[in-house]
Design a protein around this ligand. Structure first.
Ligand SMILES: [Zn+2]
Ligand SMILES: [Zn+2]
Length: 338
């Protein structure tokens, strides 16, 4: 089968790769319909996120069941499915306490990082990481379920309540999904984004049916200071700025993964303003079915701005990497194994 693998030089290369088979009784092989490119995938290519050379990349996938192992009961060939890529072992001490998201045996099980992922024609996973797509939900919406699970994890970590104000820092796909989720939770949402072109993309997403309760702002808008009951930094290196956006007793959630970022904070400010700085980790797999349910109500398909076949992966990644000064043209880019 065709697959995009990570090379030693941190590029991706289209290769002929062995097609996975359902060798274990609980294996499900999924024929991939499309896979979103995640910020993580880009971070791998620019050296900000670890991954094993030779691995098939990609983890935000939807498709149809191709083959099911003998013990699989939840799925049969032809079923429309979305994959939950956050594998856990179920038997280590954190897993036994239900903290599957902090599984101690992650090595070798990170889909698209050290376990073969979904920038390919097929992907194999244990049954419990394959979920049915609800009837009537199209694949363009379902491909947003995995980013939505990430967003939901962070919105809930911030304990956002109806009637509060959420400041979402960063107008990329994750920021937009966070803003949709926060809006659904009943918050007024201020979404900050420096790039004028991306601001426009965000405004188009939230035009009309969001009732004007999600507004897109430049990061230096003075109206943002002290506004957020919950502030979510989806970029990962804007903690100082996020703290300035936080209201008294605000909760600042660090979300964007950035292994190079550091920040200088004044402990007294945290104390005097009653701030809470929160890290939510990866989402617990328990959240995934809830993200599927929430996706029924959110127009996640509006995020998909670009679609490329695997062969055109260079254009696909280029669409996401706006050079300084040049406009972003993409929110979510998906790869299709035609
Ligand atoms: Zn992702
Ligand atoms: Zn475990």
């Amino acid at each position: 089968m065709k697959a995009l693998v990570l090379t030693e030089r941190r590029t991706v290369s289209l290769v002929d790769h062995p097609k996975p088979a359902a060798t274990a009784p609980d294996d499900v092989v999924v024929r991939v319909v499309q896979t979103g490119i995640c910020g993580t995938d880009r971070s791998v290519l620019v050296g900000k996120f670890p991954a094993e050379p030779g691995v098939v990349m990609g983890h935000e996938a939807v498709g149809t069941v191709e083959e099911a192992g003998a013990a699989v009961t939840a799925h049969k060939p032809g079923d429309r499915v979305v994959i939950n890529p956050t594998l856990y072992c179920g038997s280590c001490p954190p897993c036994l306490r239900g903290h599957w998201d902090f599984c101690a045996n992650k090595a070798g099980t990170e889909v698209g990082l050290d376990l073969d992922g979904a920038f390919a024609e097929f992907i194999r996973l244990p049954e419990r990481f394959v979920h049915a797509v609800p009837e009537g939900m199209d694949f363009d919406r379902a491909v947003g379920v995995e980013p939505l699970a990430c967003a939901l994890n962070n919105v809930e970590a911030g304990r956002l309540r109806a009637g509060e104000t959420a400041v979402i820092v960063g107008g990329g796909p994750v920021g937009v999904v966070c803003a949709m989720a926060a809006h659904y939770y009943g918050a007024r949402v201020l979404l900050t984004e420096p790039d004028p072109y991306r601001q426009e993309l965000c405004r188009e997403v939230f035009a009309g049916d969001f009732g004007g309760r999600v507004t897109v702002r430049p990061p230096d808008d003075p109206d943002l200071a002290g506004r957020g009951d919950v502030v979510i930094d989806t970029v990962g290196n804007l903690l100082e700025q996020s703290m300035a956006y936080a209201a008294t007793r605000g909760r600042v959630v660090v979300m964007g993964y950035n292994s190079k970022a550091s920040a200088t904070v004044r402990p007294l400010e945290i104390l005097q303003r009653g701030l809470q700085i929160i890290g939510a980790g990866d989402y617990n797999s328990r959240l995934f079915p809830r993200a599927i349910e929430l996706a029924r109500w959110l127009p996640l398909e509006r995020l998909v701005t670009h679609r490329f076949p695997l062969e055109r992966h260079e254009e696909a990644f280029a669409a996401l990497a706006a050079a300084p000064g040049s406009p972003y043209s993409a929110l979510k880019v998906v790869l299709v194994p035609e």
